[in-house]
Design a protein around this ligand. Structure first.
Ligand code: 3H9
Length: 652
């Protein structure tokens, strides 16, 4: 039974059991409608508790039903009926109370949550707004600006925050169902509070706060329409009668649901989940990991160590000497302090994490580690040396991972006997924040080591994408391809700031030339010099980056690169760079032509798509979806466009 009703004295407990996340599928909605009728009919029932079996309360509408013909009963009507019930309903919340789940809780007369519950309206992340009363009821329960923040950003709040802003009545001290039953018994004896729909909107904390939150949401939308609609719908809900606002919300939800942006975002939602379930590791038993050693305490090593600590692993960081160990440890502590100040962790947790962390200067100290991740300088000889030392000092069954972003992981694995336990774990900076983790698959790796890597990534809250061994794997290879195309366009007629503007206008967070200026042009310059001898002479080579470096223009850190940086660090177009580019086109005999923004993006996206096709045909990525997941999570490719591979299909 998807929805069952059990009697506890004069309280009926309505339980939804629809794994994995109790989404409000048609069967759930039907079951709830029947439970409502039954409890309303039964004179013995004085109050109702609504609860869910399994890991969570309702985590939303069933996304798989979107885009298909609607089957009655629909959620908004069902919720209106529950809200009008003659008996009090108490929502017993646990897990992730999201979207239609929170909207269901809002029509109950009381809400009580387990302490670890998270509550939110993430519809905007799917290109939608709440469609079952969220924009209308929430600002009638909590201050309108807090409601707008939840709806417009999609970010969930903790049970503690929810209690503070009035979203829930109480946090259960022990079992939430027992606490909900107590609350229901109490509610049965007193007058049922007015449903939210009959109440006036809450008043704001101060008169400017709503507009401030609205402006922030709109500024961050970067081309996505749903955040704008969220602001508009909440504003409307504050100014017109509730029943009209409900109708307007529904209409906006239906329009957004069929918009290409929502379709793209839903595609990415499922693509990210599919990426974690690759055929190679499905069903393979994984090794237990409790202790991780990280070799190297630079920016990357420290980010990896912090990420592991935040996920609850014991971490030992190894550095070459006392001074380096001290700076590495300071970097890790800084990240943890940042998490503390943003309330990601409590002060108690912060202290516990310090106890889980150790730094050492001897490889002998990694003997306890189940997994060792090397994050040393990106140089093959250095990495091979580290692997050989690990062979001597790490446990013989420990999994050894290289955090290389380009190098040949097969060669690294072959540095030791028993290379079946070597994998690549390519983190992205900042490693404690970025969601993507490329799991690089060397030829000799065992399924068990690979499955453990995937499981480990998930435990860090990351999205693992398997990538075959090649220069740059999926992410950096895609990036090299579109950088190359942007370089070609420089010679063909576009200027760096025109290309960057087109990319930002498309929805990318930063243009390719500003990004290189930020990273420093000298690093890729020295790599190009190293590779110069082996470069295919027939390949088109753009020397503008080299010419900038020859003039000491290493990017932002030297105040000059592709751009000129003013005293505030703002990038300005530089006539000197323009003259240099024009001269280079002339020297090569290229007739420059003007590029409009859409022509620039057509070439950049085209380059991504052909590199993606090559990556697929070589088996480096398992699916086009995996490439799109990488693009969204490594380079901020606008999620609402789905990804370059999705765009190729969607435009057909
Ligand atoms: C909405 O509610 C609209 C309403 O306002 C109005 C309606 C009229 N539907 O993520 P996981 C599947 S919009 C269908 O790996 P976790 C997921 O595909 C919705 N399926 O687990 C996966 O399946 P599989 C608003 C769903 O523990 C499995 O569940 N709600 C849904 O890491 C496990 O998922 C949201 O946007 C769904 N709603 O995270 C919440 N949700 O095993 C979306 C999950 O076959 N969901 N699945 O691959 C989430 O954010 C996360 O899944 C959650 C659990 C935090 C709940």
């Amino acid at each position: 039974m998807v929805v069952s009703v059990t009697q506890h004295g004069d309280i009926a407990v309505v339980t939804i059991c629809n794994p994995p996340v109790n989404a409000t599928s048609q069967a759930v909605r039907q079951g709830l409608a029947e439970a409502l009728d039954a409890t309303e009919r039964d004179p013995e029932v004085k109050a109702v508790v609504l609860a869910c079996a399994g890991r969570t309360f309702i985590a939303g509408a069933d996304i798989t039903e979107f885009g298909k013909p609607a089957v009655a009963p629909n959620l908004p009507d069902l919720l209106t009926r529950i809200e009008a019930a003659s008996k009090p309903w108490v929502a017993a919340l646990h897990g992730t109370v999201l979207g239609g789940g929170l909207e269901t809780a809002l029509v109950c007369s009381h809400r009580i949550a387990a302490a670890a519950t998270r509550l939110g309206l993430p519809e905007v992340t799917l290109g939608l707004i709440p469609g079952a009363g969220g924009t209308v009821r929430l600002p009638r329960l909590i201050p309108p600006e807090r409601a707008l923040e939840m709806i417009g950003t999609g970010k969930p709040v903790s049970a503690f925050e929810a209690k503070k802003i009035g979203l829930i009545d109480a946090i259960a001290e022990a079992d939430v169902l027992e606490a909900a039953l107590d609350l229901a018994r109490h509610a049965a004896g007193v007058t049922k509070p007015d449903p939210l729909i009959k109440r006036a909107p809450q008043t704001s904390e101060n008169e400017y706060e709503f507009d401030r939150v609205a402006a922030k949401i709109v500024a961050r939308a970067r081309g996505q329409i749903a955040p704008h609609q969220a602001v508009q719908s909440v504003r409307l809900a504050l100014s017109i009668p509730a029943d009209q606002a409900l109708a307007a919300e529904r209409a906006a939800f239906v329009t957004l649901q069929s918009d290409p942006q929502s379709r793209a975002l839903r595609y990415l939602f499922f693509a990210e989940r599919a990426a974690t379930k690759n055929a190679r590791t499905k069903g393979i038993a994984t090794r237990g990991i409790t202790h991780v050693a990280v070799i190297g305490g630079g920016t990357m090593g420290a980010g990896i160590a912090a990420s592991c600590l935040l996920a609850g692993y014991g971490v030992t960081m190894i550095e070459r000497d006392h001074l380096a160990a001290k700076s590495g440890a300071a970097r890790v502590v800084n990240i943890l302090k940042g998490s503390l100040s943003r309330s990601v962790i409590s002060p108690e947790r912060y202290d516990q994490l310090q106890d889980l962390f150790a730094v050492a200067t001897s490889y002998a100290d990694l003997a306890a580690a189940d997994l060792v991740i090397e994050a040393v300088y990106e140089d093959l000889a250095v990495k091979l040396d580290v692997l050989r030392r690990l062979e001597t000092h790490a446990r013989p069954d420990a999994i050894l991972a290289s955090n290389t972003s380009y190098l040949d992981v097969n060669q690294i694995a072959r540095a030791i006997d028993g290379s079946d336990r070597v994998i690549g774990l390519h983190f992205f900076a900042p490693a404690h924040i970025m969601k993507l983790l490329e799991i690089v698959v060397p030829d000799a790796v065992s399924d068990e080591a690979l499955a453990t890597g995937v499981q480990f990534a998930r435990s860090l809250g990351k999205i693992p994408v398997l990538a075959g061994v090649c220069d740059g794997f999926i992410a950096n290879r895609m990036m090299s391809a579109y950088r190359r195309e942007a370089d070609h366009m420089l010679e063909d007629g576009a200027l760096p700031w025109e290309i960057d503007k087109a990319m930002v206008g498309f929805g990318l967070p930063v243009g390719v030339f500003q990004m290189q200026d930020l990273a420093g042009l000298d690093i890729s310059w020295s790599m190009r010099k190293r590779l110069a001898a082996t470069r295919d002479p027939a390949q088109r080579y753009v020397a503008i980056g080299d010419m900038l470096c020859e003039q000491g223009r290493f990017g932002r850190k030297t105040g000059r690169g592709y751009y000129l940086y003013d005293d505030q660090g703002e990038a300005q177009p530089d006539p000197e760079v323009e003259a240099m580019i024009l001269a280079e086109s002339r020297r090569k005999g290229i007739r420059r032509r003007a590029f409009a923004a859409d022509a620039i993006m057509a070439r950049i996206i085209g380059a991504m798509q052909s590199e993606g096709a090559a990556i697929l045909s070589e088996g480096v990525a398992a699916s086009p979806q995996d490439i799109d997941v990488v693009m969204a999570n490594a380079f901020g490719f606008p999620r609402w466009r789905g990804g370059p591979m999705y765009m190729a299909v969607a435009s057909e």
